[in-house]
Design a protein around this ligand. Structure first.
Ligand SMILES: [Zn+2]
Length: 395
């Protein structure tokens, strides 16, 4: 029997994990969707195992998880050692250098938009769009997990800045929707099963390529709707921050870039929609199509996360704009959500080796492979209810 789930929080001793229950221990096979791509099996474990995604639909019985003595506590202790031996630069500095670079790109982007040349204007729009996603996705995500720094006060400040001012999403909304539900109940049907990303009445082409462009507007509407459900004082504070973010963006485009009101609104929309399509894709690629579990019979944390999370390969733009924990270290992020992006990257070889050595799944697939899978199986993945998977229990 695996020990009680442990979760490593930087700067603290080992603490109990959250939101996980014991599995029933039934020795049943994994009843997976034939669409699930597995990167485990009877191969020799190796640090980089799983890099070659299984391209054929997986067989059911082959994927039965075997007893292997893997322990979240043991893995957490190994990760904690790495964290202890890491410098401030590795823990926080590398990620802050990316935010610093993004802050430096802001004036360049606004000034480029003053140009009469189409190429320079387009470049300015690209810079502003990139910075927007660094702030909203990488910054919003890291601040929601409080992985930007160890100070509670500064963590709250950055969460307010990146989520409310830049992303137009109330901090509470981000924390409840992402940290508590998505992370606490990853791929648990009815809770963190990514159904929030499904829009069954939209056709495949519209959902995958057109609807994401409405994300800048949908985000504001969702944020305002959430504010209406909050208590008055925090609601007013969040609403002020969100309005301040939109107003500042608009004013900078009008005064720093010299744009008309209509052009400023157009540029706001275009820069906020720049990476909206890959953002939606990444969110559905990394969980949907992998095993889903029922709330009453779900595996322990280590099993849950290794089965229900997938890593995409590194990509210079997406790594920078979304962060490693969302792109190529998503498995590590779900196991250790209190590690910064750069620390997730640092512990990745250790985590992948441990997982593979214990013959557990370590899902990896390419962006284009996942895109092809979703385009060819849109109905099964995005419209129909997902099948429930069952795992044998670790001992
Ligand atoms: Zn997260």
């Amino acid at each position: 029997m695996e020990e009680e789930v442990e979760e490593f929080r930087p700067g603290q001793s080992m603490v109990n994990g959250w939101c996980l229950q014991e599995s029933s221990g039934e020795e049943s096979e994994i009843l997976e969707s034939s669409l699930i791509r597995r990167t485990t099996g009877d191969k020799q474990p190796s640090p980089d195992c799983g890099t070659d995604s299984v391209k054929e639909p997986s067989a059911k019985s082959e994927n039965t998880i075997k007893e292997n003595g893997a322990s979240m506590r043991e893995l957490s202790q190994m990760v904690q050692e790495v964290w202890k031996n890491s410098s401030w630069w590795e823990r926080y500095g590398v990620d802050w250098s990316i935010f610093g670079l993004a802050f430096c790109m802001l004036p360049i982007g606004f000034l480029c938009l003053r140009s009469q040349r189409l190429f320079v204007c387009t470049l300015g729009l690209f810079f502003l769009g990139l910075v927007h996603f660094v702030f909203t996705v990488k910054g919003g995500h890291m601040s929601s997990h409080r992985t930007l720094c160890q100070s509670r006060t500064w963590s709250k400040f950055w969460a307010t800045f990146f989520m409310e001012v830049c992303s137009c999403v109330p901090v509470r909304c981000g924390e409840e929707g992402h940290v508590k539900m998505h992370h606490g109940y990853t791929n648990i049907i009815g809770l963190g099963d990514s159904s929030i990303w499904k829009v069954p009445y939209l056709s495949c082409g519209i959902y995958m390529f057109v609807a994401p462009l409405a994300l800048p507007i949908i985000t504001v509407l969702v944020g305002v709707k959430y504010v209406t459900q909050m208590p008055l004082v925090p609601a007013m504070r969040s609403l002020f921050c969100m309005a301040f973010g939109l107003w500042s963006h608009f004013q900078l485009l009008v005064h720093a870039s010299g744009l008309s009101y209509s052009s400023a609104l157009g540029c706001m929309f275009l820069s906020r929609a720049l990476l909206a399509t890959p953002f939606i894709h990444v969110n559905i690629f990394q969980h949907i199509g992998l095993p889903m579990f029922s709330p009453s019979n779900r595996p322990r944390r280590l099993q849950l996360m290794t089965n229900a999370v997938l890593n995409l390969p590194r990509n210079p733009i997406l790594d920078w704009a979304f962060g490693h924990s969302i792109i190529n270290c998503h498995v590590e992020h779900h196991l250790f959500p209190h590690l910064s992006d750069n620390m997730c990257l640092k512990v990745k070889p250790l985590v992948s080796k441990y997982v593979c050595d214990h013959n557990m799944p370590y899902h990896e697939d390419t962006y284009m492979s996942r895109l092809h899978l979703f385009l060819s199986n849109y109905n099964e993945l995005m419209v129909q209810a997902p099948p429930i998977a069952h795992l044998v229990e670790f001992h």
